[in-house]
Design a protein around this ligand. Sequence first.
Ligand code: MG
Length: 249
Amino acid sequence: MIALRSKREIVKLKAAGRMVAEVLQLVKKNVQPGISTAALDKIAENEILKQGARPAFKGYAGFPATLCTSVNYEIVHGIPSKRRKLLEGDIISIDVGVYLDGYYGDAALTVPVGKVSQEAERLMQVTETSLAKAIECACPGERLYTLSYSVQQYAEKHGFSVVRDFVGHGIGTELHEPPQIPNYGKPGTGLVLKSGMVLAIEPMINQGGPEVEVLADGWTAVTSDRKLSAHFEHTVAVTDNGPLILSQF
Ligand code: MG
């Protein structure tokens, strides 16, 4: 069953999404060479608690932190650490979820640490634009895998590959709800989107091949070829007026 959220529920999801956006901007401002990923995590956690919400990832299936911080060839689910200090030229994907007043928000972005390579810039830009393309498809009557394919088509056109082992998801009163939202697929197929569906759309795009490994910590997903990966995510409501991005100001 895919939940259709009422206008009242969308207002609450928007509040959670807005907080996620604020936390991401705050963390982004603090990204610089020398800072540890644990320090970024603390900044995020303090802000979420200060605003009366709860970090959604902490304790989820045993995940130990507020943020997922995934550096360079790490794709998603990187665990913040005091030992992991950011270096000039790194890229870092920051993913955060909050639980506020019964509803979840979830979003991610990838940012440069100081000056990065042109190729890293291009990977981040293509990933962010692939998310924008997918969001444009989040309209009533559209098929889910048309949205999925829009990510794949854009990423592959630019010579990058799509991670297949992790997918986006519905979101609402649970962090992860149906449907699963792959970033590849056959256009014109899949679920018909309806007004009131709320989707966390999250392309993970690799510089090299799509293959994934999970490190010994049981969480950190990395590219098998150790080439770069980028990740952008928004929580988006399907509405009669078209896509409504909830995880922004
Ligand atoms: Mg998500």
